[in-house]
Design a protein around this ligand. Structure first.
Ligand code: 5AD
Ligand code: SF4
Length: 472
């Protein structure tokens, strides 16, 4: 992409691992100023926001959750579907209004939308009141951009990914569970997906840096880490250092941290050795998010997914056989261009075969710059919506069934906090990533405790604390 005013960062060549340390030597220039940060999209963005928060607090800002109280608004945006765009521009309208009353208000936009040429053009022409646009490859430059803030709009976005940064500090949302980046970017180029353009090529962090981060989290009392990457199974391939995702998983498991999760898996790079490692270690959770996208071979081909329905099912069966009580969830897109009723029935067939624990379902959304956006879309919106509804009815029924199977079972739950709406209850997640609400027990926050499941709903469970002495 050739973005206006964008810089080309030095491109990393194969076999060349360039690491840079992040700079934190900034003046506290914004003491008594408040920032309001809004995060859109996936876990990557949630974790990037933890990085942004740290920079802002080093500069002296404190956080507010009230937009009107803020001196700086940062929108960390998502580009995956059109409605994510609409939400951001809708919110920007509120910020513009506020800036009329508070002319000194600073507005900064980061995240995946900033990496899109058409969005940058739109901000330049239609939203001149936005002060700073920064991208996904230079979050670490936000302090500098704020300190140098100029009267005119600053757009500082790199169109190509640069080096891997180490020593990043975070203001983490939780003291119990932590995100750990293991790699950045994606090389898969599924034809509908904007991620490879907004997040760049796959770049893995070196194994020893990841392990050091996990060790430190463990020492600081963290109970769970979630290893993050667009495609965790491809971990290490760009490094050519002789290790891959299964080796990383094994080393992370050997740190002894209580719980390990990872997202997202791509069926294409998922090897049976990786399944063996997941099965071997009790602290690697029996939970795998395995996006299907479609059950039709024709549509999978058009999507560039690199597997067939049969190959997906083969992998699914292997995982189910080797990992006892594993929970498998998925992502599905309906209404891809050329999707016929027969194609859609193939998707329903996979759902009926796999009975996923839960599924995120989406209507296809054309993204500017992706190959799929050039395919003539011959599926009407009515058809797309009707398919989505049929699909949701089916996946919700299987979610409820999976939850019902747990009723009267005793399962290990990591307690994360009080229920926001009802302070007499606490909540946590099972090893299989199911949300459980529990009566009482605030003293249990941060602990993994046996919980007896009493009632199943489609998207959560109700459970009760089990008397002492019960092992799980
Ligand atoms: N339209 C609809 N859904 C999409 N996803 C990715 N790109 C698109 C798109 N253009 C979905 C995929 C992916 C999830 C994160 O978002 O299902 O797995
Ligand atoms: Fe997008 Fe496909 Fe990469 Fe996932 S694997 S981020 S869907 S291109």
């Amino acid at each position: 992409m050739n973005l206006p005013d964008l810089k080309q960062a030095k491109k990393r060549t194969d076999n060349e691992v360039v690491e840079k340390q992040v700079e934190y030597n900034y003046p506290k220039a914004f003491v008594n100023k408040k920032y309001f940060l809004r995060t859109y999209g996936c876990q990557m963005n949630v974790h990037d926001s933890e990085e942004i928060r740290k920079y802002l607090e080093i500069l002296g800002f404190s956080e507010t959750t009230v937009l009107e109280e803020s001196d700086l608004v940062v929108l960390n945006t998502c580009a995956i579907r059109e409605n994510a765009h609409d939400k951001v521009f809708g919110y920007l309208g509120r910020c513009k209004h506020l800036k009329r009353e508070k002319p000194d208000l600073l507005i900064a936009i980061g995240g995946c939308m900033s990496q899109e040429e058409n969005v940058v053009c739109e901000i330049k022409t239609k939203h001149p009141y936005v002060d700073i646009v920064f991208g996904t490859h230079n979050i670490n430059e936000l302090p500098k951009l704020l300190l140098e803030n100029k009267a005119k709009q600053t757009i500082e976005v790199y169109s190509i990914e640069g080096d891997v940064y180490e020593g990043i500090q975070y203001k983490r949302d939780s003291k119990i569970t932590a995100w750990v980046d293991i790699m950045y970017g994606c090389d898969k180029f599924c034809t509908y997906c904007i991620v490879p353009y907004t997040r760049g090529k796959e770049r893995s962090r070196k194994l020893e840096n990841i392990i050091a981060e996990v060790e430190e989290l463990k020492q600081n009392g963290y109970k769970e880490v979630t290893l993050l990457g667009q495609n965790v199974n491809a971990y290490g391939r760009d490094l050519n250092m002789g290790y891959d995702f299964k080796d990383l998983l094994e080393k992370v498991a050997q740190t002894g941290i209580d719980r390990i999760r990872f997202v997202t898996s791509h069926p294409w790079n998922f090897t049976s050795e990786m399944i063996d490692v997941i099965a071997k270690y009790d602290n690697i959770m029996p939970y795998i998010h395995l996006p299907l996208q479609s059950g039709s071979d024709g549509i999978l081909k058009l999507m560039g997914r690199r597997y067939t329905k049969e190959e997906y099912l083969h992998l699914y069966n292997q995982i189910k056989e080797k990992i006892p009580n594993v929970s498998i969830t998925t992502d599905i897109i309906v209404g891809f261009p050329n999707e016929t009723e027969e194609d859609f029935l193939e998707t329903l067939d996979v759902v009926n075969t796999c009975k996923f624990d839960s599924a995120f379902t989406f209507i296809y959304s054309p993204r500017v710059g992706t190959p799929a956006s050039l395919i003539k879309d011959n599926v009407t919106m009515e058809e797309k919506e009707e398919r989505l509804q049929r699909l949701n009815t089916l996946v919700n029924a299987y979610s409820l069934e999976a939850n019902q199977r747990l009723v009267e079972n005793i399962v290990p739950v990591l307690i994360l906090g009080e229920n926001e709406k009802d302070k007499t209850r606490i909540y946590g997640y099972t090893d299989t990533m199911k949300l459980v609400n529990i009566e009482g027990g605030c003293d249990l926050i941060g602990k993994i405790v046996p919980i007896k499941i009493k009632e199943a709903k489609s998207f959560s469970l109700d459970g009760e604390i089990v008397k002492e002495g019960v092992s799980i």
